[in-house]
Each structure stands twice: as structure tokens, then as C-alpha cells.
Design a protein around this ligand. Structure first.
Ligand SMILES: CC(C)(COP(=O)(O)OP(=O)(O)OC[C@H]1O[C@@H](n2cnc3c(N)ncnc32)[C@H](O)[C@@H]1OP(=O)(O)O)[C@@H](O)C(=O)NCCC(=O)NCCS
Length: 169
């Protein structure tokens, strides 16, 4: 039985047959709002789904469906060779089943196609599940911004992952 560290990144646990990743549609907006409402750990900022490309330069918003229900989303952007994950959240009922992993791998595929070499993101210092998730996917801490978040006030950790030829994913 492989340890956590040895488990291949490309093999999320029990991917449901019905899982599907696609670009956002305007009618996803209420589902995304509900996932955000149930995810107070994350930033509340989510551009209007219909206006995503206008709102975020170089951005894309992927959603994941399981049994035709939207169960999570990932918002990212890329400028030159630097990619940034702006938001990632999974409905609490669907966590720990590989949903965020599937979204991250799809985003990485797009970043690689766009010749990104590094991915950055910020996460609340107290957000242990998200930090564990990103560590599992080869992100490492490269900085800390004190008092970055509001309500509650908290530091952000800056995490980075390389996308060079030898990195997984
Ligand atoms: C962080 C988050 C996106 C992970 O989504 P997920 O679909 O549960 O993640 P996956 O199932 O793909 O990966 C699970 C892995 O992440 C880590 N992980 C996720 N939740 C964890 C928790 N509560 N405790 C410890 N590790 C956790 C573990 O390494 C886990 O692997 P394991 O189940 O084999 O132990 C989800 O918890 C979430 O939506 N949180 C609220 C929003 C948020 O904090 N977003 C990040 C802001 S940048």
C-alpha cells in the first residue's frame, strides 16, 4: 500500500464515473454561490460567472459536476509564465473524494498548454485542510502576508508550485 507521499497525483480516490469538468455557464451562478456560502474558509470573491473572461484578465473558471450536480469550482488566471489559483472550493458533502484534485489537474493541464512554469496562490494561515491539500500536490510555502484577510483578520500564506518538466501532474 503506497504512503500518502508516494500515491501518484494523477490517481484521485474513487473518481465517480459521472464526474465531469467543464467551463462555467451562466446558470451555474446559484450553485457556485451556494458552495461559497458553505465554504467560509475561502475568499468570497467570485466574479459573475457570465462575465468571467471580462472580469479576470487571462482567467478561467472551471466547474465540476458529479451526477449532474455542480460540486466544486476553480478560478484561475495566467499572465506570461505565471499562473495563479484565485479560488477553489468543493461542496462540503463532496469533500475528500478527489473533487478538488480533479479540478487542480485540469487547471494544470491548461497552465501547461499556456506554457506556465509556476503556480501561485494565497491561503488563510488557519486553513489546515487547504494547506494539506496543496502540500499533497507539491506546493511549498514561499511567503507570508500578515493581516492580509479580513473578517476575521488573518495572515495569508503564499504557496508556489513549479510546473517544470520533472514535476508531477
Ligand atoms: C481544500 C478543499 C478544496 C479540498 O477539496 P477536496 O475535494 O476535499 O480535496 P481532494 O479530495 O481532492 O483531496 C483530499 C486531500 O487534501 C487534503 N485534505 C483535504 N481536506 C483535508 C482535511 N480536512 N484535513 C486534512 N487534509 C485534508 C488531504 O491530503 C486529502 O487527501 P486524503 O483524503 O487522502 O487524506 C476543500 O476542503 C474546500 O473546498 N475547502 C473550503 C474552501 C477552501 O478552503 N479553499 C481553498 C482556498 S485557496
Amino acid at each position: 500500500m503506497p504512503s500518502e507521499a508516494q500515491r501518484p497525483e494523477s490517481a484521485p480516490q474513487s473518481p465517480p464515473e459521472s464526474r465531469k469538468i467543464r467551463a462555467v455557464r451562466p446558470d451555474d451562478a446559484p450553485h457556485l454561490a451556494e458552495i461559497l456560502r458553505r465554504s467560509p474558509e475561502t475568499v468570497e470573491w467570485l466574479p459573475d460567472a457570465a462575465g468571467i473572461s471580462a472580469t479576470v484578465s487571462g482567467g478561467f473558471l472551471l466547474v465540476i459536476e458529479s451526477a449532474q450536480e455542480v460540486t466544486g469550482f476553480l478560478l484561475a488566471r495566467q499572465a506570461a509564465d505565471e499562473a495563479e489559483i484565485l479560488n477553489l472550493a468543493v461542496h462540503p458533502a463532496n469533500r475528500r473524494t478527489g473533487t478538488a484534485t480533479a479540478l487542480l489537474l485540469a487547471a494544470i493541464e491548461r497552465f501547461r498548454a499556456g506554457h506556465a512554469t509556476r503556480i501561485f496562490l494565497e491561503v488563510r494561515e488557519s486553513n489546515a485542510p487547504a494547506i494539506a491539500f496543496y502540500r499533497k500536490h507539491a506546493f511549498r510555502q514561499v511567503g507570508r502576508r500578515p493581516n492580509y484577510y479580513r473578517q476575521p483578520e488573518e495572515a495569508a500564506l503564499i504557496l508556489e508550485r513549479s510546473l517544470n518538466e520533472n514535476s508531477q501532474g
